[in-house]
Design a protein around this ligand. Structure first.
Ligand SMILES: [Zn+2]
Length: 93
């Protein structure tokens, strides 16, 4: 039982690393890139929209993220990119 638990954790870590796929940030237009780089939240500064540098765009477990360093404190922050089509759920609360 002890060994099985350890094995599961080990496998999870490896598969998680393998699932991270680096994507091309340049597929976004300049406007979109600016938006993604400025619409951020830094958990250390506890402030939104400080901006990030050195962006890394990747997908992990079917979700897309942009990771970069906070312009103020240099902490790595991660923003999930959600591409959702607007449907009626956005209007009914
Ligand atoms: Zn910060």
């Amino acid at each position: 039982m002890y060994n099985e638990t350890w094995g599961l954790v080990h496998i999870t870590v490896i598969s998680k690393k393998m699932k991270r796929t680096i994507l091309d940030f340049n597929i976004f237009s300049e406007e979109e890139q600016d938006w993604y780089l400025s619409e951020t939240w830094c958990s250390v500064c506890k402030k939104p929209d400080l901006g990030i540098i050195e962006p890394l765009y990747y997908s992990e477990e079917d979700k897309n993220y942009i990771e970069g360093k906070c312009k103020i404190c240099n902490t790595t922050t991660r923003t999930q990119i959600t591409v959702t089509e607007i449907d009626e759920n956005d209007y009914t609360q």
